[in-house]
Design a protein around this ligand. Structure first.
Ligand code: PLP
Length: 365
């Protein structure tokens, strides 16, 4: 079976380096928020070309902590997409703020400008962009829209590790960027992990306090925080895996280019090509097919695993049914959820695997 992710197939020298990192931590006798976390935070901030990175427990907490550090909470609205991991919206709710859902563009599945504009109201404090599937687009336009309305631009970068728009890295456009290092992400740990990145030193400092019970100095709590600390084992593993990220991303792009060139089945449509090659890191490669479930079944019987990202848009999930949405509705997100299918696109795939996936898709009737 060609899997959606195949960690067991990762290179042996990577495993050896990871084991050495784990050994170093075990022998250090220090396991949470220590030197490994500090070193990873420095390295990640440098890779993202931002002033600060704050390691936290996961990507969802990074969003919640970022919102709370900006004092976005009770009564404040944050506009985002219904076509995302539930965690994006859950984080807004956990921060005490009100998510408002705008529709998406059918060509990219990213937030639609006109729909976001329709959602802006007197309580709007921010737009939380999700760089879905690994793609960034039109960042100048988003920055201008937020400036025009005097609201904050925020970035959910859980799927877009080191994607670049006009040379600038994901997370560097907004007041903060929230990264997830869940194992399946382009940069993944071996458990939960996340980071908030920002150029705002005050925000970063407050995030450091919030992630650790709201504690500024040990046993002195200046506000109500969370327990969302990054541990030394995950940070040490992330430091090793960061060294492979560029190569792994390059391989994802090669596979995506092969899919774009060689998937010719007229029943399958592909999402828009990235305008800038570096702006897409292909966390996921998505095909659109009216007979999505039949295609998934056909691929399974041809030995190809697939997933759906995402089958149920956020506003259709029971806890979110009452959320304010674009007054024109969210029909594009609803139809995308019915026709999208993610096919394998990970760095461990061989050229033969890529051909198997392509041939299986092209053989679908
Ligand atoms: C777009 C998006 N946002 C947020 C998250 C949450 O990240 P985590 O699982 O690390 O909390 C994810 C992860 O699934 C995601 O894909």
């Amino acid at each position: 079976m060609i899997l959606m992710n195949d960690f067991k197939a990762e290179p042996e020298d990577l495993r050896v380096a990871e084991l050495a990192a784990l050994d170093r931590v075990l022998r250090s006798g220090w396991y949470v928020l220590g030197k490994e976390v500090e070193a990873f935070e420095l390295a990640w901030a440098e890779h993202c070309s931002v002033g600060y990175a704050v390691g936290v427990g996961n990507g969802m907490d990074a969003i919640e902590i970022g919102l709370r550090a900006l004092d976005i909470g009770a009564g404040d609205e944050v506009i985002t997409t219904p076509m995302t991991a539930f965690a994006t919206v859950l984080a807004i709710l956990r921060a005490g703020a009100i998510p408002v859902l705008a529709d998406i563009d059918p060509e990219t599945a990213l937030l639609d400008h006109a729909s976001v504009e329709r959602c802006i109201g007197p309580k709007t404090k921010a737009v939380l962009l999700v760089h879905l599937y690994g793609q960034m687009r039109e960042m100048g336009r988003w920055t201008a829209l937020c400036e025009k309305h005097g609201i904050a631009l925020l970035e959910d970068c859980a799927q877009s590790h080191l994607a670049r728009w006009s040379g600038k890295v994901a997370g560097g456009f907004g007041r903060f960027g929230a990264y997830s290092f869940y194992p399946t992400k382009n940069l993944g740990a071996m458990g939960d992990a996340g980071a908030l990145v920002s150029n705002d030193g005050v925000l970063a400092k407050r995030a450091e306090v919030l992630r650790n019970y709201g504690q500024s100095v040990r046993y002195h709590h200046k506000e109500i925080g969370l327990n969302s600390r990054l541990d030394e084992l995950q940070a040490a593993l992330l430091r090793v895996r960061l060294g492979r990220l560029d190569g792994f991303t390059e391989r994802r792009r090669e596979i995506a280019n092969a899919y774009r060139e060689r998937i010719t089945n007229p029943q399958c449509r592909l999402l828009a090509k990235p305008i800038q090659a570096e702006s897409h890191v292909y966390h996921l490669f998505v095909v659109i097919c009216d007979e999505r479930d039949k295609l998934a079944q056909h691929l399974k019987s041809s030995g190809v695993e697939t997933y759906v990202h995402y089958p149920v848009p956020v506003h259709v999930q029971s806890p979110c049914k009452g959320l304010r949405c674009d007054p024109n509705g969210l029909s594009v997100a609803e139809s995308h959820a019915r026709v999208c299918l993610s096919i394998p696109c990970h760095p461990q795939m061989s050229d033969a695997d890529v051909s198997t996936v392509i041939d299986a898709i092209n053989a679908f009737k």
